[in-house]
Every structure is written in C-alpha cells, then in structure tokens.
Design a protein around this ligand. Structure first.
Ligand code: DON
Length: 563
C-alpha cells in the first residue's frame, strides 16, 4: 500500500522548468501542490484538491490525517496557527487556535516549595496541558473559507485510523525512543505498544480504534462534540482523576480567533507571518529587516560573513523576544516598533560586521537539551489562488505523553511554553518574564511562524517549520535562500542551517558547513556547536504559473505532491 502510494505520487510531476543541471529538484504542479511531513496526509490532501476542493479543504484534511499518521505532532489535543492567503480577495488572514491556560491556572503553578520550577510537572503531567484548540481552529477555517463539510474533510483520517496504516521506520523509532515517557500511562501504553508491551515494527499495521471513534463522533456532531460532548467528558474526567486543571467550563469557553498577520517588506517582497501570541512573525520580520541592510547575496550563501551577520541579527531579536512578547489579549506587544525599518537600522548600527558581540546575560539558568522535539508544518496551494500555511503542535514529541483514556489522543504539554519563572529557560532555552507569565485563559507564547510571501500581490512562497526556538531562524533562512541566493525550492529547504537565540551564547550549525567557514566564524569570536538537524520546513514556491514543492529531507516521511 505504501509503495503503491509513492509510485502514484511520484508520477504527479510535470516537465521541468528548473534547469536540468540543478543538484536538487522540487516537485512541480500547475493546479495544486501539497507538502506535508507524512506521505499519507499529503495523499489525502492532494485527493481533496483533485476532486475540486480548495487549499483550505485540503489543509483541514491534511491536519486530521496527520493527527492519525503522525501522533508525535499531528494532533487534536494541541493547537496551532493557520495563515490563509486568498489572491482573489487580496487578503491574508491568520487563525489563532493556540491552546489556552485553564481558568484555574496560576503564575506559580509550576514552582515547588523552594520556588524552583518543577520541570517534570510543567512538562509531563496533566497540569502541563493547555485547553486544546485544534478542532475548533480547523472547523473555523473550513466554515469561513472551505467548500466541503467537516465530515468530508475528516473522512480520510477516520478511515486511516480505523483500518490502520503500515508502520514506517520513523514511526517505529519514535515510539521506541519515547517508551519510558509513554509507558508511564496505561492509556498511552495501550495505544502505542502491543498487548505484550512489544514494539510496532516497520511493516506492521497500526490501528487506532479509540481515535477513529473520537474523530467519527466529531465528524457527525461537529466541534460541540469535542468541546461539550463525550470527548470533552472523557478529557475532563482524565483531568479530575489525575489532578489536571482543564474543566468543562474551559472546554466550552474555548474559541479560536481571527488575527491580522504581521506584515513586513524584504527586498520588495511582502512577508506575512504569525502575529502574537506567536513571536514567530514579529521576529522573522525583525531579523529580515536588519539583514536587508547588507548585500547578503554578494557575501554568499552560508559564507562565514553571511552566517556571522545572521547570528548577530538573530541574537538581538531573541533578546527582545524575552522581554516584549506574549499574548496580546493580556499585554501590549510593541509589534510595530519591533518590525519597523528604523528600529532595524538602529540595531544594525550595533553590529560589528567582523567581530562577535557577546550576548548579555540577564539571568543565569541553563537550557535543558531537548533536541528531538516535534511540531509539524504543512503548506498547500490550489488553482484558485489560495495558499495555506499551517503549523500545529502538542509541543514535545508525543506532547505530555498522556493519552486521554477512551478518546485515543495525546494531550499537549504546551504550558511549558509559558515562562514559569522570570529568567528561567523553558525546554527550548527560551527566557521570558512578565509578558509571558502564566495567567488564567492566557495563551502561551509560541515561536511557530507559518509564513506567506507575496510578490506583486501574488502568492510567491508558502512556508513554515517545526523546531521550537529554531522555527523562526529556519523560516527566515529559507526565505533568504530563495530571495537572496536564488536557490530553487528543494535546494532552499535542504541547505544546511544555522541558529542563534542570544542565550545560550552559542552559534548552532547543522552538518554540511565547511571547516573553513567554521574556522572563519570562530576567528570572529563565535562559539560554534554542530548539533542535530533543525526544523522540517515544508514549502511551496509559485512562479510563472508553476508550483514548486520542497519537502524537507530532514523528515524521512515528508512528501511534496503536485497536480
Ligand atoms: O509553540 C512553540 O513555539 C513550541 N511549542 C513549538 C514546539 C516545537 O516546535 C517542537 N519541535 N520541533
């Protein structure tokens, strides 16, 4: 079945307008393009486009399919952000379906008796879960911009959950790696391991009966089922049993919000990205603004000079993030100032283009090295001029590790994205203060950066990535790979990336940079660390009526498929 899928999809390309001598080739299409991190979700969404649906229909189908095929990050127990660009209406809107703190949450809920952050509780308990937004967010997108019913959009996911899918090496490895976390809870052990506790191996069939039943109820009864019906009852009962805070009132009150995306300009292109409660868009634009003042293409792709400037710009943005960013329903974020060209020019003046500026420590605290966490992004465009850029998450791989008994889905551990204590880093080493403190019904700050770049009013790039704090830097590098360095979509997503987040004061690189470049950076004063790969940026470029899909090779199951 899996092999058949791959063959079918690999035949979907069109004759290439990418020069033959290129080292990498994006998938091409004329009538639609889907890029997700799982080939079954790509196939489900592509089928929707093929039968006349639009990109929003396909996006909702992809999201529910990922909740089944990729439970480490695809979800109904988490939240996220969706950007929708309609060329016809000449508008770009954002749907914020980020989780919220429960009504009974409090600023010091993760502090122990000595006032220290209890990381185990903040990340791996029922208290770690925010009120999930995914189901309401997807339904809102479909209702406002879609053309098919929720039931139609959910049908492929329900089928895959009920009939099962063939386990891939990535799926099997993921569950093996997180055995300790998942087996702690009987409800999770039952779903993700065989009856005798052994592993699902590549080639096995993986069926999710409880999840199929939950999805089926939602498809029959709409979002009320998730927020007020049996599913809500199961979730609230799970909370009551284990000391979690989410109440029926929290569930009933949850609602996603339409927000204006942040907008900026980079070398004549219009950049639209996610506004608060994500920090993503503000800082993608802020960093691009700083870099616009340098002839980056002249300095060259991934040269020591270019990387140095990237790192210096990133540091300044992440320092601002720690102070100013949070949920705008609770605090005022100075987005205009942060994304203004004048402020970028001011920051640029402080950058020495030959020498590192060392990061100023505002508080001690060492970030925990959570390196292999997971969120998931997909990008979809259709023949009607719509583009959808969606990133959603349950935070860590498999979220809190806790499956809601009887409902078959994992709870997020998004509460750790709040600043549990001023100056103490969260799992991604990110520091925050008052702006991102825990308050009842507040949304925790995110780095997710679903982004759409337009050129002369037309969708040009649809992109975004997982990767925790690395999301922002991954996204802006792919934008620059296209705009500054002229890379094709596949080369742009595959190219080695770098990351600096101010604290820790460390320039993180992927494999693939030359020794000379690393030496050059060290000579300028950078503390260079090569670590595991960063992000998984599923992206689409549209140019001259042709759609180019680039699936990130950092995910073995990712697939771009065109029409
Ligand atoms: O919202 C955020 O910024 C994080 N919860 C995202 C987590 C993530 O990307 C994990 N990924 N790889």
């Amino acid at each position: 079945m899996v092999g058949g899928t791959m063959i079918l999809l690999s035949q979907a390309g069109y004759s290439t307008s990418i020069p033959a001598g290129q080292r990498m080739h994006p998938v091409q299409g004329k009538e639609g393009m889907v890029v997700t991190s799982h080939f079954l979700a790509t196939q489900s969404a592509r089928d929707v486009l093929k039968s006349g649906g639009n990109a929003i229909d396909a996006a909702v189908t992809a999201a529910f399919s990922l909740a089944v095929t990729q439970p480490r990050s695809g979800n109904i127990g988490g939240g996220g952000f969706m950007l929708i660009s309609s060329e016809q209406k000449d508008e770009v809107v954002a749907i914020d379906y980020r989780e919220k703190a429960p009504g009974r949450a409090s600023a010091d809920m993760f502090l122990d008796k000595d006032g220290n952050v209890d990381r185990e509780i903040a990340r791996f308990s029922h208290l770690a879960a925010g009120v999930p937004g995914t189901v309401a967010g997807l339904a809102m997108a479909l209702e406002q911009y879609g053309t098919i019913s929720l039931k139609e959009a959910m049908t492929p996911a329900i089928k895959i959950a009920a009939e099962g899918f063939i386990v891939t090496p990535r799926f099997s490895d993921g569950l093996k790696n997180k055995e300790k976390k998942l087996k702690k809870w009987n409800s999770s052990r039952k779903i993700f391991y065989k009856k005798d506790g052994s592993y699902y191996e590549p080639g096995d069939l993986f069926v999710q009966k409880d999840l199929a039943a939950t999805l089926n109820r939602i498809s029959q009864n709409g979002i009320k089922e998730f927020y007020e019906g049996k599913t809500a009852e199961l979730l609230v009962a799970e909370m009551a049993k284990y000391g979690g805070l989410i109440s029926m009132d929290d569930m009933k009150k949850y609602s996603p919000v339409f927000r204006a995306p942040v907008h900026g300009k980079y070398r004549g292109y219009d950049i639209y990205s996610m506004s608060p409660p994500s920090s993503g868009g503000v800082h993608v634009i802020q960093i691009l603004n700083i870099l616009e003042g340098y002839p980056i293409s002249e300095y060259g792709h991934n040269s020591a000079k270019t990387i140095h400037l990237l790192a210096e710009a990133m540091k300044r943005a992440y320092a601002d993030r720690s102070l100013y960013l949070g949920d705008e329903d609770f605090i005022k974020v100075p987005s205009k100032g942060l994304t203004s060209k004048k402020y970028a020019a001011f920051l640029r003046e402080g950058i020495n283009s030959e020498q590192v500026t060392s990061s100023i420590t505002i508080s001690p605290g060492k970030p925990l090295p959570y390196e292999s966490e997971e969120t998931t992004h997909f990008s979809i465009v259709d023949k009607f001029g719509n583009g959808v850029s969606n990133t959603y998450t349950i935070n860590f791989s498999y979220g809190s590790g806790i499956v809601v008994e009887g409902a078959g889905f994992l709870l997020n551990n998004e509460m750790d994205d709040f600043s549990a204590k001023p100056g103490i880093p969260n799992a991604y080493g990110l520091i925050g203060g008052k702006a991102n403190s825990i308050e009842p019904n507040k949304r925790m700050l995110s780095s997710m950066s679903p982004t759409i770049v337009k050129q002369d009013g037309k969708n040009f790039l649809v992109t975004g990535s997982p990767g925790g704090s690395r999301i922002i830097t991954t996204t802006l590098q792919v934008i620059m790979n296209v705009i500054d360095h002229g890379l094709n979509m596949q080369s742009a997503v595959a190219a080695p990336r770098i990351h600096h987040q101010w604290l820790p004061d460390q320039l993180r690189i992927e494999e693939g940079l030359s020794q000379d470049t690393v030496k050059g950076l060290q000579n300028m004063g950078h503390k260079v660390k090569q670590k595991s790969s960063m992000g998984a940026i599923q992206s689409i470029m549209i140019r001259d009526g042709m759609m180019y899909g680039g699936a990130d090779p950092r995910r073995s199951t990712a697939l771009a498929a065109g029409l």
